[in-house]
Design a binder for this molecule. Structure first.
Ligand SMILES: C[S@@+](CC[C@H](N)C(=O)[O-])C[C@H]1O[C@@H](n2cnc3c(N)ncnc32)[C@H](O)[C@@H]1O
Ligand code: SF4
Length: 375
């Protein structure tokens, strides 16, 4: 089983916190779709014969694609590989791109899941982030999506944002629950070098919330999940029962995935590769039949560290019997030694599984790093 990711590297405008790969020059959108098709021709053999259980259009802003462009890409996958009849086909969408016609047209070409980038329901915050939508459009986008027949909807929200009060945070979460949104991705703001917000913080023009205040908002997220019946199945992801994302789970469970487009990552049979993060260079290379990627064969230590990092983010944690069968005694010994350095209130060993405690979840990546083994 494998999953496919298409990176759509265009945005209307640059959000001030974002360092994902995108360009605001959108003239080459059709050429980019043509190159994605060519890349598919060049790479699909690496998952020959594998069934596809998820196709994900991420970005950038995939909702800048027309339904016809989305269809061409889905068709390319369907022509070479069996796509399961109930495969999850997700399109990341921005609220300002949505209309009833557009939603119906993408549903008609096979998209059955939306990931809506709402981020905040506070107009002042949305403006300060340089988002292209306001609260009204955000609220309307959920109604439009539901009216168009989408049941599988995920909403991205951010917390730890300058100006976001605890009360507003909790009320945004309840707003989504009241509207039966079955999946929520909640990300704590990371200050990324090279972004407008990074420069503003350095010049003291913008003040970020204290870590303790972001932690408080994360605790409120956990309380909300419990109150409203969401499973907090991954550090940043909440789902009503049965509505967990297939695509995310495939990443976390180590399945094969092919990522196409500039900056996209792939993983097949212990080898990882990633494309150049530059639209013009990506397209030039693809047109000359050369994959613009850097490749790395994972060492056992790399695989170990990736396994620990991804599994520990899940509410199911690390099954120590499975761990032992994958990595044997050598790693187990240093893993157990490293475990002693993690504060006991952050990890929990129960039924032969190592899990993060609710307090530990906020520090997931740091805790994983302290459990890594070095080559
Ligand atoms: C790459 S974006 C693509 C989605 C879509 N373009 C949008 O803006 O809604 C995926 C998600 O990453 C999150 N994100 C982006 N930059 C972030 C940052 N600096 N810190 C935390 N989350 C971030 C946002 O919640 C965003 O919806
Ligand atoms: S957050 Fe989304 S819309 Fe904003 S710049 Fe990043 S990818 Fe583009």
């Amino acid at each position: 089983m494998a999953t496919v990711y298409f990176h759509i590297p265009f945005c209307k405008q640059a959000c001030f916190y974002c360092d994902f790969h995108f360009s605001t020059v959108r003239t080459a959108q059709q050429e980019m779709v043509d190159c994605l098709l060519t890349e598919w021709e060049l790479v699909h053999h690496s998952i020959q014969g594998e069934r596809i259980d998820s196709i994900y259009f991420g970005g950038g802003t995939p909702s800048l694609l027309s339904a016809a462009q989305v269809q061409i890409l889905i068709d390319a996958v369907t022509k070479t590989n069996e796509v399961l009849f109930d495969a999850e086909i997700t399109l990341e969408v921005n609220p300002d791109d949505l209309s009833a016609d557009y939603l119906q047209s993408i549903r008609a070409v096979g998209v059955n899941r939306l990931s809506v980038g709402i981020q905040s329901l506070n107009d002042d915050i949305l403006r300060s982030m340089n988002r292209a939508h306001d609260r009204r459009m955000a609220v309307h986008s959920i109604l439009l999506a539901q009216d168009a027949g989408f049941e599988d909807i995920s909403v991205d929200l951010m917390f730890g944002l300058p100006g976001l009060t605890d009360q507003e945070w909790v009320s945004a979460l309840h707003f989504l629950a009241d509207r039966q949104v079955p999946h929520i991705s909640a990300y704590c703001l990371t200050l990324e070098p090279g972004t407008v917000w990074h420069r503003r913080v350095e010049k003291r023009l913008l003040v970020l919330p204290e870590d303790e205040s972001s932690r408080m908002q994360y605790r409120l997220l956990m309380d909300f999940a419990k109150d409203r019946g969401y499973r907090h199945y991954e550090v940043s992801n909440l789902a009503l029962p049965g509505m967990e994302s297939e695509h995310n789970s495939a990443y976390w469970n180590g399945s094969h995935y092919l990522g196409l487009g500039p900056s996209a990552h792939s993983f097949v049979d212990g080898t990882r590769w990633w494309n150049v993060s530059n639209n013009a260079r990506y397209m030039r290379s693809i047109r000359s039949g050369v994959l613009p990627h850097t490749q790395e064969v994972l060492t056992l230590s790399n695989r170990h560290n990736e396994y620990v990092m991804t599994k520990l983010r899940l509410d199911t944690g690390i099954d120590l019997t499975e761990y032992q069968s994958y990595f044997g005694d050598d790693f187990s010994q240093s893993f157990q030694n490293n475990m002693r350095s993690v504060p006991s209130e952050w990890i929990d060993l129960c039924d032969n599984r190592l899990k993060l405690t609710p307090e530990g979840r906020f520090f997931a990546d740091g805790i994983s790093a302290s459990l890594f083994v070095l080559d």
